[in-house]
Design a protein around this ligand. Sequence first.
Ligand code: MN
Length: 142
Amino acid sequence: MKKTPVILIVEDNPKNRRLVNDILESQGYDTIQASNGREGINLARRQKPELIVMDMQMPEIDGLQATRILKSDRATSHIPIIALTAMAMKGDREKILGGGCDDYLQKPVRFDTLTVSVQKWLGKQGDGSLASRPAAKKESGP
Ligand code: MN
């Protein structure tokens, strides 16, 4: 039996955190949540989620710093990280992907782009969890 993928949501804004959580839960994923980068790093180390959805703009340890820390740690470097950002400046994409994030989604978070990206990155881990998941929505393209 395949384990239900666990997705860690790291987002300081409660409304956005709930939105992302509701979308992922509607797709049958288990979620854990952190409201800042430090808590996110600790949860990732303890619980080893299959995927992380990471807000970039957070106080104290921001998403890019947290990503660098997780990607430089052999215990967590394999976990795909999808960045959420409100930034829309030229060069942000390069900065975020160059900083170790695997994917990059602009806010506002949209159901289709989030679920397509999540399915894509969970599928890349090769655990076959996509095909065997009845709750998963069919891919409709980005
Ligand atoms: Mn934020």
